[in-house]
Design a protein around this ligand. Structure first.
Ligand code: HEM
Ligand code: HEM
Length: 571
């Protein structure tokens, strides 16, 4: 590096106001770490604006809340299963034998100042963390934000989601009360259901037969160190890739596949994002202060011979519990062994399938569409009807499993027969997603037609006019050109031609069968994508509307025409 370059850097730093005053602390740090060069670029980094981009931030900030409150809990929590006699201030359990883990969680709740509040904030933040992650993932899915070049960030996201579930489960297993033991018993059953290696896995995890006396310290190590460290590393990589790729944006005038329109990192975005941390912290603190969550004192210590009636896992594990409850009996004898699939298929299968499907989806979609282009503009869900319909079908299947996880609660609260509920949900698991798929696709097609209609015929003004012959009609006015532009920016339907069976010399095309299958799949994928109006159609319609009843309507000159290629034309 030459001196001139370095001098140039400092000139710029002076310009941005960073590192002023030679010899000041900022200059001292910069001489040693070169931070100004990095920050100079990052302070100008632009972030686009949309409410849905907030969901990733909620996940981020609730994770920070979990770290902060988690550290407080480690000060008091005792991760051991050594039996002690409870002698705290919760009178109903005084003198009861329990593990030190349970006793210390009771102490956090009743005897440590602010302990119950922090425990409740930690638990609410965990519920919010997973919810925000899932909503954020749905936003990324339904807008196609995972397309090239963001596939790796999607995969990191899938890793974050699966680890988030493990972390939450490990957390609510720590207090060693009756409810957390019931959850661990479920995992024990799940491990044992794995053919051939199940009982070895159980011995490995529990250090012998369930429940043993090592599971709490082991979960503790995973919960406060191992998993948070991996989560932290993955979140760091997620954010770095986000900065490297730049954030996607919604189509609009001036928004192209090659730029980002929004606010710079400093000072606007940093202030907004930083402020948002306090909103998330405030919100979880309010929930922790006002809404009771996991009242461990109500269940008593864990005892493998007892179960709690109506015990429920935290909301994000409900789907796996539901899958087990819906599974019909499936067991057979082979080679002198009983092979029980009742738990293995639904629990291991449901989770394995969910994460596999999520992980491979961007690549499967790329294969289906044959689209190898980079995408930085988001897609409206209606303009990708098959993706949207598949997403809604998946959400429906998940919702049915989730409901099934509470089949006993539904039965007791609504006074219904549990077998009837289970049978209904078994059928619903297969039928509802198919219905959801078709209904969603029709809605997407309807919305695309509505868009085309609004582009070509304007919006309904609510002004009813009477013609000289007595008929009534509603006056339509042209859409705002900015809106008109945004509505026509998406890509045109690609040509879906069948692959040629032979080349021009009459020789059978290589990979003919593969190409045929791909062409068929592509056609299915693009089914429901309507062709959008052409630039000529739009100009024609605008001119027509501008002269309705001799009331010329000003069109403004921002409107540049329909993008034919998906890349908007801007001045
Ligand atoms: C994504 C991150 C995390 C999630 C989802 C999570 C979730 C949970 C949940 C649901 C509980 C049960 C709370 C209850 O008793 O009602 C819990 C307990 C606990 N967590 Fe976390 N946690 C996370 C990170 C951390 C971190 C980073 C630490 C420590 C540095 C920590 C320390 C603890 C401790 C000590 C307990 C046991 C005390 C208790 O149950 O009150 N957690 N966690
Ligand atoms: C700990 C959990 C997570 C955190 C803290 C996190 C954080 C963020 C943030 C702050 C953004 C930018 C703002 C936004 O678009 O919302 C983002 C973008 C992104 N996230 Fe996540 N995320 C997490 C989990 C996930 C998951 C579960 C997925 C998908 C499976 C995912 C996939 C993506 C992708 C593809 C982008 C780029 C989107 C774009 O540029 O439009 N993330 N993430």
């Amino acid at each position: 590096m030459t001196t001139t370059e370095t001098d140039a850097e400092y000139t710029n730093i002076e310009d941005t106001g960073l590192g002023k005053k030679a010899g000041g602390p900022v200059q001292w740090l910069d001489d040693r770490l070169g931070l100004a060069t990095i920050s100079k670029k990052q302070v100008r980094k632009v972030f686009p604006e949309h409410w849905s981009f907030m969901l990733g931030e909620i996940a981020l900030w609730s994770f920070v809340v979990l770290l902060l409150t988690g550290v407080f809990l480690t000060l008091w929590f005792q991760p051991t299963m050594t039996e002690v006699m409870y002698d705290g201030s919760y009178a109903p359990l005084k003198g009861v034998e329990m593990s030190a883990a349970y006793a210390s969680t009771l102490d956090i709740s009743f005897d440590i100042r602010g302990g119950l509040l922090i425990r409740q904030i930690h638990h609410w933040a965990a519920a919010l963390f997973v919810a925000a992650m899932i909503l954020h993932m749905l936003r990324v899915f339904f807008t196609g934000a995972y397309r090239k070049p963001r596939e790796i960030n999607w995969l990191i996201g899938v890793g974050l989601l699966s680890l988030g579930l493990v972390e939450g489960f490990a957390g609510y297993s720590l207090p060693d009360d009756l409810l957390s033991g019931t959850g661990l018993r479920f995992v024990d059953g799940l491990l044992r259901s794995i053919p051939l290696v199940g009982s070895y896995l159980e011995y490995f995890m529990f250090g012998g037969e369930f429940p043993g006396d090592v599971i709490i310290p082991r979960l503790y190590m995973a919960h406060i160190l191992l998993v948070p460290a991996i989560l932290l590393g993955l979140i760091g990589a997620h954010m770095l890739l986000l900065v490297y790729h730049k954030h996607t944006q919604w189509p609009g005038p001036g928004h192209t596949e090659k730029n980002v329109v929004g606010y710079p990192m400093m000072p606007v975005y940093a202030a907004k994002a930083g402020g948002f941390f306090f909103v998330v912290f405030g919100f979880t603190a309010l929930m922790g202060a006002l809404l009771q969550i996991n009242p461990i004192w109500a269940y008593g210590p864990y005892n493998p011979s007892e179960v709690t009636a109506g015990s429920q896992p935290d909301w994000y594990m409900g789907f796996s519990e539901g899958a087990v409850r819906l599974m019909p009996d499936l067991e057979f004898n082979l080679l002198n062994y009983t092979w029980s699939m009742n738990v293995f298929i639904p629990a291991v299968g449901a989770m394995g399938l969910l994460f596999t499907v999520l992980g491979v989806w961007p690549f499967v979609e790329q294969w289906m569409t044959g689209d190898k282009k980079e995408h930085h503009l988001l897609e409206r869900p209606r303009n990708a009807p098959t993706r949207t319909a598949l997403g809604v079908a998946g959400m429906t299947a998940y919702a049915v499993l989730w409901m099934a996880g509470g089949n006993d609660i539904i039965a007791t609260r609504l006074h219904l027969d549990i077998f009837m509920i289970t049978r209904t949900l078994q059928i619903a698991f297969f039928v509802f997603p198919v219905i959801a798929y078709h209904v969603t696709k029709r809605i997407c097609i309807g919305l695309q037609r509505q868009d085309a209609n609004r582009i070509l015929h304007g919006y309904e003004t609510g002004v009813i006019e009477r013609s000289p012959d007595g008929g009534f009609s509603e006056r339509h006015a042209p859409l705002d050109p900015v809106r008109q532009y945004a509505l026509t920016t998406h890509e045109r339907l690609p040509e879906l031609t069948a692959p040629a069976e032979t080349d021009k010399n009459g020789v059978a095309a290589p990979n003919g069968r593969k190409a045929k299958i791909q062409a068929w799949v592509r056609k299915r994928y693009y089914h429901g994508v309507l062709d959008k109006p052409t630039t000529e159609d739009v100009h024609h319609a605008n001119e027509h509307m501008a002269h309705i009843d001799g009331h010329p309507v000003e069109l403004g000159d921002e409107f540049q025409g329909v993008s034919e290629t998906g890349i908007p034309r801007v001045h």
